[in-house]
Design a protein around this ligand. Structure first.
Ligand code: AMP
Ligand code: MN
Ligand code: MN
Ligand code: MN
Length: 283
């Protein structure tokens, strides 16, 4: 099944409206879709309504920023109740750190000779609660400092680079707990991105499961084909359900379009088999 269970709208750091994403997913042959904005559920009712009207089965979703072993890890929540008060409070608290962090990032960039980055990033922000590194990246491309957002991240916005500011996000157990408490299924997003040592990765998967996490993204826009096979093995080893999502942000910036991923490797149980009761059927 062409399930695409990870993408972003302009409610976080994507560039398209939820309705445009629903239409694009449908046009690209997606058969089950979830919008998973960072630390946000603000686009859920619009995404769900547009999907249902387009004849596209829908799962609610979000992608929560977590700090683990000194690294930022993303946990996707699928099939959550979008009105759950504890989840909403947890996401609001997580978002709350973004504004002060953005000001620190701008100060750090100013020291590196790039002035006005806070105001510059704000021009790209579409949700005032959700200023992200992506918005800074778009500003640095617009101002000609770099030629694309990948280059901005590589040169300025990752650990060890001048615009990177360490940040404390939610704890792993909190994020999984909010998702499970809201009736959803927690999934480790794009594990190959974290560059953990084997011991750190073992700790992440073990603690994630102990907190009630049940899935891992195996096929994602962030994984190469060998990485997908590697995390298929990890899914089997840890008895986790396998997820699939493009992580689409923008037609200009994203390498993989909605619905454009290869299938899950054989021998895995897809997350959607455990989420049937949570799927919003079309109108
Ligand atoms: P933040 O949540 O503010 O730390 O921003 C994280 C977001 O930045 C991710 O969700 C991606 O959209 C984007 N991102 C992270 N690393 C890269 C990269 N190397 N190239 C392009 N975008 C990236
Ligand atoms: Mn993003
Ligand atoms: Mn992510
Ligand atoms: Mn994402």
């Amino acid at each position: 099944m062409n399930a695409d269970l990870h993408c972003h709208s302009l409610v976080s750091d994507g560039t398209l409206e939820p309705e445009a994403l629903a239409a694009r997913a449908k046009a690209n042959g997606v058969a089950l879709w979830a919008l998973t904005d960072h630390d946000e559920l603000g686009g859920q009712s619009r995404a769900r309504a547009a999907a249902q009207a387009a004849g596209l089965p829908y799962l609610t979703g979000t992608e929560i920023s977590v700090s683990f072993a000194g690294t930022t890890v993303h946990i996707v929540g699928l099939g959550v109740d979008a009105d759950d008060p504890s989840l909403a409070a947890g996401l609001a608290a997580t978002r709350g750190g973004r504004e002060p962090r953005a000001r620190e990032m701008a100060a750090a960039l100013a020291k590196a000779g790039i002035a006005g980055a806070y105001e510059g990033a704000l021009k790209f922000v579409t949700n005032p609660d959700l200023i992200s590194r992506t918005h800074f990246a778009r500003f640095l491309v617009e101002s000609g400092v770099c030629s694309d957002t990948n280059e901005v991240f590589r040169r300025y916005l990752v650990e060890g680079k001048p615009g990177f500011v360490p940040h404390r996000w939610a704890q792993l157990g909190e994020a999984v707990g909010w998702i499970v408490g809201a009736g959803g299924l927690a999934v480790i997003a794009h594990p190959a991105r974290y560059k953990f040592t084997p011991n750190e990765e073992y700790a992440l998967f073990t603690e994630f499961k102990a907190h009630g996490g049940r899935g891992v993204e195996v096929v994602t826009g962030s994984h190469s084909a060998p990485e997908a096979l590697r995390y298929a093995d990890t899914a089997r080893e840890f008895d986790l359900l396998a997820s699939r999502g493009s992580d689409f942000h923008s037609p200009e910036e994203s390498r993989i379009d909605l619905g454009g991923l290869p299938p899950l490797p054989a021998g895995l149980t897809p997350v959607w088999e455990a989420l049937e009761a949570r799927i919003h059927a079309p109108d």
